[in-house]
Design a protein around this ligand. Sequence first.
Ligand SMILES: [Zn+2]
Length: 406
Amino acid sequence: MKNNKKSLFGLPQKVIHCKKCLMTNQKPFSMNESKNNDNQKIGMKIFSDGICAACKYSENKDHLIDWKKREKLLQKTLDKFRRTDGRYDCIVSGSGGKDSSSVSHILKYKYNMNPLTVTFSPILYTDIGWKNIRAWIQTGGFDNILFTPNGKVSSVLAKEAFKNLLHPLQPFKFGIKTIAAKMAIKYDIQLVMFGEPYAEYGSQDTDDTLSPSYNEEWFINDSNNIFLGGLSINEIKKKYSWISKNDLSTYLPLKSKDLKNKKLSVEFLGWYLKWNPQEMYYYAVENCGYNPDNQRTDGTYARYVGVDDKFEWLHFFCSYIKFGIGRCRFDACQEIRSGHITREEAIKLCKKFEGEYPKRYIDDCYKFMGLNKKEAMKIIDNFRSPHLWKKINNKWVRLQELKEII
Ligand SMILES: [Zn+2]
């Protein structure tokens, strides 16, 4: 079918599926969200052999990387930062999910580091999410600072991010990226350790994976053009006169000068140690009392990824609308790369679950943002890019159905 409609998000007009997994060139890169005022994205690369950047990264993990050498480098890095005088020597930021639980546990109990764990609270904790953060602290055994931003402000920002970008978690995601560095400065800690490199999911250029460091470009913004939820700071203050710049400071990016003379290293443990999401899940269960959800997540078959915030359900549904990539596909592609399922099995799973309406917590999310379902659905439909969606007989149909790619 010839389709001359352009992507609303600056992504390629022609959708290409990776030949190895099911990810497409519509998968956007991670970006510094404080610079996001027009929702324009760079999509993941599919190479000339038809294989996507995430699969290439996975192949390198299996064949090219000398993991013994990388672990020695890790020892060296940790030796440089380790403290034995009672002060914290590294920060692990997370909500108590499988990755942050595993990273902190490995650092503390395998490598004798003294991590401070930091949590930027999910917008709306699920019961299982709350149980898991408590298990992380109590069973895993960590000091933790739970930072919970002003609920009135986060409600407004989630709503604006939903209306302007169809990305209700955007301010929260940016908060997570910055809080670890902000806390490191506050506590005079020089190492921040995240888990898996973004390249694992094709959210980062593969060239960026030559070093273990997190790209500072993602949380520093020295310009005065700072956006939250698609609005500039001045636009927010004008629209909501009760919000001051103080109220927004939690969400603001760092400036280069904040890090001057600080020697802060922000790194990925998954660069040093071979990262397998499923193994990290088992590790977190065994060592930190991590619990999977008691039912599968709407939109997928899995029940242990991203289950701590009620907004995650809506977030992945928004991804399905904007990019044609639903929650099931993220899970299934990861499992193809890990060798747990075949591409054919993944297609079957996606046909069954992808794009399922996230009914479980959606009313709570709409209520938090002060929207009713009708208003919310209207907003959602505004983001159906014409190169991905067409209304046929009053029903939205995705143009690139999976049956076409087998
Ligand atoms: Zn792929």
